[in-house]
Write a protein that binds this ligand. Structure first.
Ligand code: SAH
Length: 373
C-alpha cells in the first residue's frame, strides 16, 4: 500500500519560535499539534474543550491552551493557522478567519475522520494490535509498528506515544484519546478494554498505540487478555522502551563493561515503605546494578533515601532524563545524597531516572534543550 499523503506537512517551513494557532482540541488534532511542536513552533490551541493528551501537553508547558473559540485578535502576530476541528463547517470558518487576517493557513483534515465514525469498514470481527511507539520520537517507532498504524481503521492512543505519527494517518482513520494523566484526568483501564473490544467487534482493525514498550508498565497484557477472553484476534508489536532509550538519548548507557553488569527497571509510582509497593528497595540498593526508575519524579527523594539506607554511596551519580525523544528533551544530574535531600533542579514528569555510576556519563551542567535551542 502506498504511504498516504501527510495530514499536515510542514517540512521546509521555518516555524521555530513562531506563533501558530491551532483551532480545535479533538483527538484528531493531536498529530498536527505534535508535528508543529517537532518543528519547534510556539503552539497555541483554541478550543472550548480539549482531549486529555492535549491537556497534558498544556500542563507540561509545551503548548498554550485557550479554553475558548479564537477571535480575530488572536490571529494577530500568528504566522500560521491550522484548522483541526472535528467539524467541516468549523474548519471552513477557521480557514476563512485566517484569510481575513491575512495569515497563512492549513487544514489538518480531521472532519473527514469524524464523518467516518460509525461506519464499519470490514465485515465480521476486526483485530487489535498493540503497538509500542517508543519514547516519543517518531523515528524510534519500529517499521512493523508504523506499518500497523498505516493500515489501521482506528487508533486508540496514550499521551506518551509518538503522537506526531498520527499526522500521517489516512484522513478517514478515527483517533481515540485515552490518556491517563498522573494525578489528573484518565480513562479507566476497564473502559479502554471496552473501547478496544467495541471497535474490533465493529469489524475494524484497531491499533492500541502506546508509549515505549506495551509490556513495560503499559498494562498491555491486561488488554491482550481482555481480547483473548472476548475471542478478538490480538497481536503485539514490541516497542523501544523509555527505560533504556531515555538514558541512551541523554548519553547514558544502562550497562558499561568494567563498571556495571546489569540493570533493574522499577516503577517508583509508590514510595518505599508504602503498603501498596512490592519492590524490595533494600535489596536493590545492595545489588550493585544500575537502577532505572520510571514514574518516580515525585517519589525520588524517598527512593534515594531508601537506597542510601541500604548502603549505596551518597556520591553515586543520578541522572534524570525528561521528555526523552521530544523537542523538549532535557536532563539533569545530581547525586544520591542530593536527591535524598530533594535537590533536583528542574526535574519534572515524564522522566526516567538512572541511579548508578553510568549516570556519571551525563555532564553535570544542564544539557540538551537549552544547549541546542
Ligand atoms: N511503556 C512505557 C512506560 C510507561 S510508564 C515504556 O516502555 O517506556 C510511563 C513512564 O515512562 C513515565 O512516567 C516515565 O517514567 C517514562 N517515560 C515514558 N516516555 C518517556 C519520555 N519520553 N521521557 C522520559 N520518560 C518517559
Amino acid at each position: 500500500m502506498p504511504e498516504p499523503a501527510p495530514q499536515l506537512d510542514v517540512s521546509g517551513l521555518r516555524l521555530a519560535g513562531r506563533r501558530v494557532v491551532v483551532v480545535g482540541g479533538a483527538a484528531a488534532a493531536l498529530g498536527a499539534v505534535t508535528r508543529l511542536l517537532a518543528a519547534r513552533a510556539s503552539v497555541e490551541v483554541y478550543a472550548p474543550r480539549v482531549v486529555d493528551s492535549l491537556l497534558d501537553l498544556a500542563e507540561r508547558g509545551l503548548v498554550t491552551w485557550h479554553a475558548r473559540e479564537a477571535g480575530a485578535d488572536d490571529l494577530e502576530r500568528a504566522w500560521l493557522l491550522v484548522a483541526a476541528t472535528d467539524d467541516a463547517a468549523d474548519d471552513a470558518a477557521a480557514l476563512a478567519s485566517a484569510d481575513a487576517a491575512e495569515v497563512l493557513s492549513a487544514l489538518a483534515s480531521t472532519a473527514a475522520r469524524a464523518e467516518q465514525v460509525g461506519a464499519a469498514p470490514n465485515a465480521g470481527v476486526g483485530s487489535v494490535t498493540l503497538v509500542g511507539g517508543g519514547p516519543g520520537d517518531p523515528g524510534l517507532l519500529t517499521v512493523a509498528g508504523r506499518a500497523a498504524l498505516m493500515s489501521a481503521d482506528v487508533v486508540v492512543t496514550d499521551r506518551l506515544a509518538p503522537l506526531e505519527v498520527l499526522a500521517d494517518l489516512r484522513p478517514d482513520v478515527e483517533v481515540i484519546d485515552v490518556a491517563k494523566i498522573p494525578r489528573g484526568a484518565f480513562t479507566s483501564q476497564e473502559r479502554i478494554n471496552e473501547i478496544l473490544l467495541e471497535q474490533a467487534r465493529a469489524g475494524r482493525r484497531v491499533v492500541r498505540f502506546k508509549g515505549g514498550d506495551p509490556f513495560v508498565f503499559g498494562r498491555g497484557m491486561e488488554e491482550v487478555l481482555a481480547c483473548r477472553e472476548a475471542g478478538v484476534p490480538v497481536d503485539v508489536v514490541p516497542g523501544v522502551t523509555s527505560a533504556v532509550a531515555g538514558p541512551a538519548l541523554a548519553g547514558v548507557p544502562v550497562t558499561h563493561r568494567g563498571v556495571v553488569q546489569g540493570f533493574a527497571v522499577v516503577s517508583g509510582h509508590v514510595p518505599p515503605g508504602d503498603p501498596r509497593g512490592t519492590v524490595d528497595w533494600a535489596s536493590l540498593g545492595a545489588s550493585g546494578v544500575t537502577l532505572v526508575v520510571l514514574m518516580g519524579v515525585a517519589t525520588l527523594p524517598a527512593i534515594a533515601a531508601a537506597l542510601l539506607d541500604s548502603g549505596r554511596d551518597g556520591d553515586t551519580p543520578v541522572a534524570v532524563v525528561m521528555d526523552a525523544g521530544l523537542p523538549s528533551h532535557r536532563s539533569v544530574r545530581t547525586s544520591l545524597s542530593r536527591a535524598a535531600a530533594g535537590d533536583l533542579p528542574g526535574a519534572s514528569s515524564p522522566a526516567v531516572t538512572v541511579v548508578g555510576d553510568v549516570a556519571g556519563f551525563l555532564p553535570e551542567a544542564e544539557t540538551d534543550a537549552e544547549a541546542d535551542a
